[in-house]
Design a protein around this ligand. Structure first.
Ligand code: GLA
Length: 690
C-alpha cells in the first residue's frame, strides 16, 4: 500500500487551488467526488505564496484547502513548496541562481531556477520543510510527502563557485591526496597536472577535449548533489513525522542523476509518465520506464502524473483519443503502479501551461475528457485487490549511469565547445569511436525485443542481487566496476544466463581502459577476447552467419553499427561475420561456465535475430511465451498465490485472445471467460483465475 491512510488504488492529480478563486474550490470538491478522487498533490510550486518574504509566512489558504479536502475524505500528497523558489530569495542571495558553463548566471522567472548546491537555497528548503511538517503533522488530510518536483527536469548543470567548492570537497574525500587524484585522472596526458585542490576548476570548455575522468567525476558529484539536496528535506520530514511515507516524483529520463542513490531513502517511487500519443511505440516507451520505476525498490510504484489528454511540449501535441487514457492508465497498473494520477486537476487559465490538458478541461465538466476521468475513477475500486501485488520477472536488464555518461556522444568530439545544459548531460563531450551508438538506445533495443515477446523485465543497477533472475542482460556495459565480475561469474556458475554486447568491459571505474582484450574482467566468463572493434558508417551493414553449432537459428541475420573482432578462448562460436577483413571471425558466441552460459553479441543484430535469440533462450529456461495477437500486451501481477492477468489491446481493431485452460473472471466487468477473450480497440481486461 502506498500510504496506510488510503487502502485503495490512489486516484487524483496535481491540484493548484492557488490559481483559482475560493468559489471554485467548492466546485472542485463536488467534481472530485464525482470522479472518485481520493488524493491530490498540493503546494508544489507555492514557495512564494507560503513565504512571501524572508520573515513572513502565510498558511491560511493551505489550511483552508487541507481542511476542505479532509472534510470530504480526500487526502493530500503534500509537497514542500520547494520546486519554485521565490523571486525574493534569488534577489537577496546571489548564490541561488545557477551559472552556465560560459559563466552566465541564469535569471529567475521560471521554476527550478536554483543551483542544486546553493547554501541559501538549501537553507530555504530546510526551513520550509520544517515549517510545513510542524504545521501539518497532525492533519487528517496528510497522507504522503512530495519532495520538490521532477529533480533535474529544468535544473541546470551548474558551474558556480559553490559547485566548484563542493566538487573540491567531494574530490578530497574520494582521493585523499592531490597526487592520487592526478594518478587516477591520468593528468600526465597533455600535461594537465594539478598542484593543489584550489587549481581544480569545474570541467568547463577549454581549447579541446576535456579530461574524461574529471568530466565523469563532475557528473557523479552533481548526481550526488541531487541526492543530498533531497536529503535536506527528507531528514527533516522523517524526523518530525516518522510514519508518513515520503516520495519525490521522478522524470522518465534517468540520465541526469543516478536514481539508485535514492533507494534507501524513499518509501515510494513515483514518476510522471508522458508518452506521445502520436508515436506508435509509446507503449514500449512507457513499459520500459514503468519497469525502471518498479525495479528501483522492487515493489509497487506510483504513477504521479500523466496527461488527461494532450501535453504542450511535444512539437505537435495530439489528444489522447477516446479510450487511450484509460488504456495507458491500466498499462501503468499492469506494470506495477498502485496509483493513477494526473497533471493536472483543472486546466490552467493563465501561465505557461495553459494549453496543457486537465482532468477538468477549459470546457468544463460536460466534456469528453472529464467523463472519461469519471468513468475510470469510478471503476478503479473493482481492481483494488491488485494493490501490493508483485510482478515476478525472470529477466533483468542491468543499467548503469556511469556507462551511460561515458558512452553517449551524439555530438562527436565537441570537447572544446561550450555545451548547453541538455547537451552537457547528454554527451560525454569526448572523442569517441562513433556518434551512432547510444547507451540507453541499446538498452531500449534489448528491452523492446523482450517486450515484443510479452516478457516482463526488471531494470536493475550493477550492484543489485541477480539471484532471483534466470537471465541477466547487460547491454553496452562500457564500465565494469569492482564486484561486477564476481557477481556475474557466481550467477552464471549457478546456472544463470548472462548476455552482454559490444563495447562492454572497456573501462574501469576511473575511465582507465582494460588492457589485454575486451570485455576486460568479463573475459573469463564470456570465454572470449575482443582484439579490436570497427564501427560501421551510417547505413553500413554486415551479416551474421550462423554456424553449425547454432542449430536453433535461421542461417543469416543483418547487423549494423559496430563489429567486434573476437577471438574465442573457451566459447563456442554461434555466428560469424560474412564481410570485411574479419569475415569468418566470430560475431556471436556462447560460453558454458559452471552450470550456466554466457552469450556475447559483438554487433547490433537486426530485430529478427533478437526475436529468434530470445525465443530460444526463454524457452530453454522454461519461461512461457504467451501466444497473443499483434498489439495485445499481457502482464501478470500476483499476490497471496493469486494471479491477475492484465490484457491490454493497444491495437486499433478488436482482438481475440486464446486463454490458457480454465475459467477466468474479469474483475472490471464481472464477466466470466473460458477459451476466448474478445477485446475491443483499446480494451482492457483484468482476469483472475476462478
Ligand atoms: C512535468 C511537471 C508538471 C507539469 C508537467 C506537464 O511532469 O512535473 O509540473 O509541468 O510536466 O506535462
Amino acid at each position: 500500500m502506498i500510504t496506510p491512510k488510503i487502502p485503495k488504488i490512489i486516484f487524483g492529480g496535481d491540484y493548484f487551488p492557488e490559481q483559482w478563486p475560493q468559489e471554485t474550490w467548492k466546485e472542485d470538491i463536488r467534481l472530485m467526488k464525482q470522479a472518485n478522487v481520493n488524493m491530490v498533490s498540493i503546494a508544489i510550486f507555492t514557495g512564494a505564496i507560503i513565504q512571501p518574504d524572508e520573515d513572513t509566512y502565510n498558511f491560511d489558504w493551505l489550511d483552508k484547502v487541507m481542511d476542505l479536502i479532509a472534510k470530504n475524505d480526500i487526502y493530500a500528497c503534500l509537497a514542500t513548496s520547494t520546486a519554485a523558489p521565490p523571486v525574493w530569495l534569488a534577489c537577496k542571495y546571489d548564490d541561488v541562481l545557477p551559472v552556465t558553463e560560459s559563466g552566465q548566471r541564469i535569471d529567475y522567472g521560471s521554476r527550478q531556477a536554483y543551483c542544486i548546491n546553493s547554501p541559501s537555497y538549501r537553507k530555504f528548503i530546510r526551513n520550509l520543510a520544517e515549517k510545513m511538517a510542524v504545521r501539518y503533522k497532525n492533519h487528517k488530510a496528510l497522507a504522503l510527502w512530495h519532495i520538490n518536483n521532477e529533480y533535474a527536469n529544468k535544473n541546470q548543470m551548474c558551474f558556480c563557485k559553490n559547485c566548484e567548492k563542493g566538487f573540491h570537497q567531494w574530490l578530497k574525500k574520494k582521493y585523499g591526496t592531490i597526487d592520487r587524484l592526478n594518478e587516477v585522472w591520468g593528468t600526465v596526458f597533455w600535461g594537465e597536472r594539478y598542484a593543489c585542490w584550489e587549481q581544480i576548476n569545474t570541467p568547463k570548455a577549454s581549447t579541446g577535449s576535456r579530461n574524461s575522468t574529471k568530466l565523469l567525476d563532475y557528473k557523479r558529484f552533481l548526481s550526488e548533489s541531487f541526492f543530498t539536496l533531497y536529503l535536506e528535506e527528507y531528514n527533516i520530514l522523517r524526523k518530525i513525522l516518522p510514519d508518513i511515507p515520503i516520495t519525490t516524483n521522478f522524470e522518465g529520463d534517468w540520465r541526469k542523476f543516478d536514481h539508485s542513490l535514492f533507494k534507501d531513502h524513499l518509501d515510494v517511487v513515483s514518476w510522471n509518465c508522458y508518452p506521445d500519443p502520436a508515436n506508435p511505440d509509446s507503449r514500449k516507451w512507457a513499459a520500459l520506464r514503468h519497469s525502471m520505476m518498479r525495479s528501483l525498490l522492487g515493489k509497487p510504484f506510483m504513477l504521479m502524473e500523466q496527461a488527461p489528454s494532450q501535453v504542450d511540449w511535444y512539437p505537435v501535441n495530439i489528444n489522447k483519443p477516446p479510450g487511450l487514457m484509460r488504456l495507458w492508465s491500466y498499462q501503468a497498473l499492469a506494470h506495477g503502479s498502485d496509483s493513477i494520477m494526473y497533471f493536472q486537476w483543472r486546466a490552467s487559465k493563465k501561465g505557461a501551461e495553459r494549453y496543457h490538458s486537465g482532468m477538468i478541461p477549459h470546457f468544463g465538466e460536460d466534456s469528453r475528457v472529464f467523463k472519461e476521468i469519471c468513468g475510470l475513477g469510478n471503476e478503479l475500486d473493482k481492481a483494488k485487490d491488485i494493490i501490493g501485488s508483485d510482478i515476478d520477472s525472470k529477466v533483468a536488464i542491468v543499467m548503469d549511469n556511469d556507462s551511460w555518461w561515458t558512452v553517449d556522444n551524439p555530438y562527436g568530439a565537441a570537447g572544446s565547445k561550450s555545451l548547453d545544459n541538455e547537451t552537457f548531460w547528454n554527451a560525454n563531450a569526448q572523442p569517441f569511436p562513433t556518434v551512432l551508438v547510444s547507451y540507453f538506445g541499446e538498452l531500449e533495443y534489448y528491452f523492446n525485443a523482450l517486450y515484443d515477446l510479452n516478457i516482463p523485465v526488471d531494470v536493475i543497477g550493477v550492484h543489485y542481487d541477480f539471484s532471483k533472475y534466470k537471465i541477466v542482460i547487460a547491454p553496452l556495459l562500457h564500465m565494469i566496476k569492482p564486484g561486477f565480475k564476481e557477481a556475474v561469474e557466481s550467477f552464471v556458475k549457478k546456472g544463470g544466463i548472462f548476455i552482454t554486447t559490444y563495447f562492454t568491459g572497456i573501462i574501469d571505474e576511473s575511465v582507465g581502459v582494460y588492457l589485454g582484450g575486451y570485455p576486460g574482467p568479463l573475459k573469463d566468463v564470456m570465454g572470449i577476447k575482443v582484439e579490436e572493434y570497427n564501427p560501421l558508417p551510417p547505413g553500413g551493414k554486415n551479416t551474421m552467419k550462423m554456424t553449425a553449432a547454432s542449430k536453433d537459428f535461421k542461417k543469416n541475420y543483418d547487423c549494423s553499427v559496430w563489429c567486434d573482432v573476437i577471438h574465442t578462448t573457451n566459447a563456442k562460436v554461434l555466428g560469424t561475420f560474412v564481410n570485411d577483413y574479419y569475415a569468418g571471425s566470430p560475431c556471436f558466441t556462447e560460453n558454458q561456465f559452471g552450470n550456466g552460459r554466457a552469450y556475447y553479441v559483438g554487433t547490433r543484430p537486426n530485430e529478427d535475430f533478437m526475436k529468434d535469440f530470445f525465443t530460444k533462450i526463454l524457452q530453454e529456461q522454461g519461461i512461457d511465451l504467451p501466444d497473443l495477437p499483434q498489439g495485445v500486451e499481457l502482464m501478470t501481477r500476483s499476490k497471496n498465490g493469486r494471479s491477475y492477468y492484465f490484457y491490454l489491446n493497444h491495437g486499433e481493431t478488436e482482438k481475440k485472445i486464446k486463454l490458457l485452460s480454465g475459467r477466468y473472471e474479469d474483475i472490471l466487468s464481472g464477466n466470466t471467460y473460458e477459451g476466448i477473450l474478445t477485446l475491443a480497440k483499446y480494451g482492457v481486461s483484468i482476469l483472475r483465475g476462478k
